[in-house]
Ligand binder design. Structure first.
Ligand SMILES: NC(=O)c1ccc[n+]([C@@H]2O[C@H](COP(=O)([O-])OP(=O)(O)OC[C@H]3O[C@@H](n4cnc5c(N)ncnc54)[C@H](OP(=O)(O)O)[C@@H]3O)[C@@H](O)[C@H]2O)c1
Length: 290
């Protein structure tokens, strides 16, 4: 009965699971239909992406993914050595990559960085706001200077870069903005302090940017990572008991790795996500669902 219904409703559907499994068990063969279909759906050929924080951790993995899907990528951060090293690796893999130094916590430097970023391969079609800092003093010890710095890098910079690149995307009728938030956008966690507030603001900014530009082809979404082992979390990750306790809070049973963000980045940057906007998408091994 189920088979009849399936064939009635999906006459061109893929073969049933047992046949596909048999194919999988055999030698890998090129399937032109699948390859062309996936390329059309996910390709970033001809697109230009600016990735802040693209020299390290999650941003670096996102830059690699976007470049691998065909985008020309401009990396933005403060440290020239890590930027040059990352761009060099992307170029060695056959991609087009450039880098620009900017302190996104400083408005003049941000403006100059944005101008330089657009000068590399032209105006970006894709903006990834991934640069971030997490200062972790307990709330009662958090200084105004730490608060200001956190808000400047984690929230004001994505706002300013959105103001710079969002309207031209809307004018051209196509664009993607991906903001990297945190589960601390929706829950207090480990001295969330100013960091949680900045990420809560970023999730809200994502909805506002989407509301403003989605009608003209720009999709704006945020990614919420769980606990991901990167230089940002080096201290917490170096404590095996703490690291294991965090892994145990996920459904998958391990902490995140930078490479876990490649798939979501290509999805959100590509045509595949045409009807997805204004969302905060959790990529956390199920942490937030427990
Ligand atoms: N790792 C996690 O568990 C986790 C969880 C939730 C959310 N996140 C978010 O994910 C994003 C990436 O984090 P990550 O773990 O990949 O951290 P990371 O490895 O420390 O990378 C941070 C990146 O941001 C850049 N950056 C920092 N301050 C900057 C500034 N003032 N101006 C320009 N660039 C700056 C850094 O380069 P320079 O230092 O050279 O400038 C680096 O490229 C952040 O927004 C973070 O809040 C991470």
């Amino acid at each position: 009965m189920r088979k009849v219904l399936w064939e009635q409703h999906f006459p061109h559907a893929l073969p049933p699971w047992n046949e596909r499994s048999a194919t999988r068990a055999g030698p890998i063969r090129e399937n032109r239909v699948v390859t062309d279909y996936l390329r059309d759906l996910f390709s970033l050929d001809g697109r230009v992406a600016v990735v802040t924080g693209g020299s390290s951790g999650i941003g670096r993995a996102i830059a690699r993914a976007l470049a691998g899907a065909g985008a020309r990528v401009v990396l933005v951060a403060r440290g020239a050595d890590a930027l040059a090293e990352t761009a060099g690796r992307l170029r060695a893999a056959g991609s087009e990559a450039a880098w620009v130094t900017a302190d996104l916590g400083d408005r003049a430097s941000l403006e100059d960085g944005a101008r330089q970023a657009a000068a590399q391969f032209g105006e970006p079609d894709i903006l990834v706001n991934c640069a971030g800092i997490n200062l972790r003093p307990p709330m009662s010890a958090l200084t105004v200077a730490e608060w200001d710095q956190t808000i400047a890098v984690n929230l004001t910079a994505p706002f300013l870069l959105g103001q710079r690149f969002g309207p031209p995307m809307a004018e051209r009728g196509w664009g993607r903005i991906i903001n990297v938030a945190s589960q601390q956008a929706v829950r207090a966690f480990g001295n969330s302090g100013g960091y949680g507030a900045s990420k809560g603001g970023l999730a809200s900014l994502t909805r506002s940017q989407s509301e403003a530009w989605a009608p003209r082809g720009v999709r704006v979404n945020a990614i919420s990572p769980g606990f991901v082992i990167t230089p940002l979390t080096r201290e917490a990750a170096s404590d095996p008991a703490r690291s294991a306790a965090l892994a145990a809070r996920t459904m998958i049973g391990r902490n995140g790795e930078a490479g876990d963000f490649e798939g979501i980045a290509v999805f959100l940057a590509s045509r595949a996500s045409d009807y997805v906007t204004g969302q905060l998408i959790f990529v956390d091994g199920g942490f937030s669902a427990t």
